[in-house]
Write a protein that binds this ligand. Sequence first.
Ligand code: ADP
Ligand code: MG
Length: 238
Amino acid sequence: MARLTIDNLRKAFAGTVAVDDFSLDVADGELVCLLGPSGSGKSTVLRMIGGFEQPSSGAIRIDGQDVTRLSPERRPTGMVFQSHALWSHMNVFNNIAFGLKLRRLSRAEIRDKVEHALELVGLAGYGTRQTFQLSGGQQQRVALARSLVLEPKILLLDEPFASLDQHLRERLREEVRDIQQRLGITTLFVTHGQDEALAMADRIVVLRNGQCEQADAPDVVYRNPQTQFVAGFIGQMN
Ligand code: ADP
Ligand code: MG
């Protein structure tokens, strides 16, 4: 059974169909990149999986359970947004611990979990820093730790490196791939960067006008691009 099953998902805003008849199965431990130009519906798909947007129709199931109408807190998903949205009045430790405090855990358990999450993202010892003291890349690592500490079944990343420079993007892409594989966590990664998708994904789903144009392994997408969007890019690389 797939970890995530999306059936005929549709989202209409006033005047716009953002996502149209989108279906996808994601296997346990798979990293799927949602790739497509700006406005193609990538964020809306991700936000519906995370519960931040209600579908107009269609269904989302995680491990067979219908989560389509559940609020974000009640879903086994963790989401990292393009802008990290850390709480600036809390230090790094408290940013990561915040969600855990809603669970019945001892202080020692919370501390262990936060320290483990910080280690995972390469920020061991940063707990007492204020978030404004961190670089953009470090802030995104904290945002990632804040999601991972809740041990979600599915990690949702919406252009998490979009505001960072190319060099840092390439490094963080490797780090995220490494963490993802070590944890074996099912991940959906939204990007408009073809290089990012080709480098990271087990499978690439190309979106256009809210619809899936191609869903294939990176080497297949590379050799046999079904879309202008990807074909144009590969033409530039060769
Ligand atoms: P992407 O992430 O691929 O850039 P989005 O999912 O953000 O695309 O947007 C898909 C389409 O839906 C775009 O036309 C966008 O303008 C529209 N859209 C997204 N969110 C809203 C909203 N809250 N209200 C109205 N239109 C929206
Ligand atoms: Mg987007």
